[in-house]
Design a protein around this ligand. Structure first.
Ligand SMILES: NC(=O)C1=CN([C@@H]2O[C@H](COP(=O)(O)OP(=O)(O)OC[C@H]3O[C@@H](n4cnc5c(N)ncnc54)[C@H](OP(=O)(O)O)[C@@H]3O)[C@@H](O)[C@H]2O)C=CC1
Ligand SMILES: CC(C)CCC[C@@H](C)[C@H]1CC[C@H]2C3=C(CC[C@]12C)[C@@]1(C)CCC(=O)[C@@H](C)[C@@H]1CC3
Length: 337
């Protein structure tokens, strides 16, 4: 039976590179690109079909930052497929990023310099906003929409005698000290991206505890620093081109400067071939590229508290109830009018 693989945010960057790599390995896949912009999704599909002419590539309209869109998309998935083998939770945003140039130059001459280039800890802030569901946009896109999608697709992900997989594109920018369980949406902070990525790491740990017995396994990855639309939103592409020789040099010290989307997708691709029971649920699987350009995957332990990850899971379930209630009320009001 052909395997069904859904990738969110598949129309560009790491998501698109993953699709390309998966089709190269298995042309029998049923690959579904879940994207918010159908024009960009069509273009990505056309690119994939140019190199894989007989591939099965479906499109799904999904704005993962909108509750209504997630519910409609999940409904559509249930009519199309009987089972999901892999759900790659890759879509992500970092809106209005600001680089703290002072902290950067201070870090450059500190003992922490390598860590600064790997994690960007303390270097980046973002301006978040509230979306039409009343949720913080970064939290809604990077975490909650994906959570809701998983909940909706449980019947297709948890099937007797079969193992299904969730794979998160997290980040080494995920930081425990930035996340607060009392403010899981990060309404009061300036690092919503880092907070949302740490939350996805915790959610993955909690999902494994709650869902492994039903055949659902979750894994977290970090693609490294990759030149994509996300990084071009931090600094313009000409700047990155200008500092490229320095980035190649940094690669010889850290291996986390994977730079190309193909390299950044390494861990996502590697996980596709692993037995989920042999993976460490508390590890983040990093895509790495050596100074000589060799790609490989390496697990690194995450700094996660089991108790806090369970509290987060419960809080997400509570929020799910609230947003569903709100949506039902809205729909009832619309009908009454
Ligand atoms: N680049 C890097 O250095 C790193 C990236 N990551 C993570 O990798 C993932 C992929 O990002 P990357 O490839 O770099 O950047 P891109 O911006 O190229 O890719 C992000 C993808 O997510 C999609 N997306 C964004 N918001 C939504 C939404 N609301 N609904 C559906 N799709 C959405 C984008 O669609 P659209 O084209 O319509 O905007 C795009 O396809 C992200 O989760 C990011 O946080 C992690 C660490 C480092
Ligand atoms: C002269 C300039 C002020 C130089 C600034 C360099 C920074 C913009 C980069 C240094 C480390 C980079 C980095 C990321 C973005 C760009 C830097 C801050 C990420 C945060 C991109 C997205 C991620 O998820 C992380 C894994 C990256 C970590 C390193």
């Amino acid at each position: 039976m052909e395997r069904v693989v859904i990738v969110t945010g598949a129309n560009s960057g790491i998501g698109l590179a993953l699709c390309e790599r998966l089709l190269t390995e298995d042309s029998q896949l049923r690959l579904c690109l879940a994207c918010r912009n159908m024009q960009r999704a069509e273009a990505a599909r056309a690119t994939l079909l140019t190199s894989h002419t007989s591939a099965h590539v479906d499109l799904l309209h999904l704005d993962v930052g909108s509750v209504q869109s997630v519910l409609s998309a999940a409904q559509e998935v249930k009519t199309r497929y009987k089972r999901i083998d892999f759900l790659y939770l890759n879509a992500g945003i970092m809106p209005n990023p600001q680089v703290n140039v002072r902290a950067f130059f201070k870090g450059l001459f500190s003992r922490n310099v390598i860590n600064m280039f790997v994690t960007a800890e303390g270097l980046l802030t973002q301006q978040d906003c509230i979306n039409s569901d009343g949720l913080q946009e970064v939290f809604a896109t990077n975490l909650f929409g994906h959570f809701l999608m998983i909940r909706e697709l449980e019947p297709l992900l948890c099937q007797a005698g079969h193992m299904s997989r969730l794979v998160w594109t997290s980040s080494s920018n995920a930081c425990r000290s930035v996340f607060s369980i009392e403010d899981m949406q990060h309404r009061n902070g300036k690092e919503p991206y880092s907070s949302s990525k740490y939350a996805s790491d915790m959610l993955s740990v909690a999902l494994n505890r709650h869902m492994n017995s039903q055949g659902l396994f979750s894994t977290v990855t970090c693609p490294g620093v990759v030149m994509t639309n996300l990084t071009y939103g931090i600094l313009p592409s000409f700047f990155w081109t200008f500092i490229m020789p320095i980035m190649w040099l940094i690669r010889t010290f850290t291996n986390t400067f994977t730079l190309k989307p193909y390299n950044g997708a390494e861990a996502l691709h590697w996980l596709f071939f692993q037995n989920p029971e042999s993976l460490d649920p508390r590890a983040k699987y990093h895509s790495l590229t050596s100074g000589f350009g060799r790609n490989y995957t390496q697990p690194r332990q995450m700094d996660i508290d089991d108790e806090m990850s369970d509290v987060l899971y419960e809080k997400l379930l509570e929020l799910e109830k609230v947003v569903r209630r709100k949506l039902n009320e809205q729909n009832a009001n619309n009908k009454a009018q």
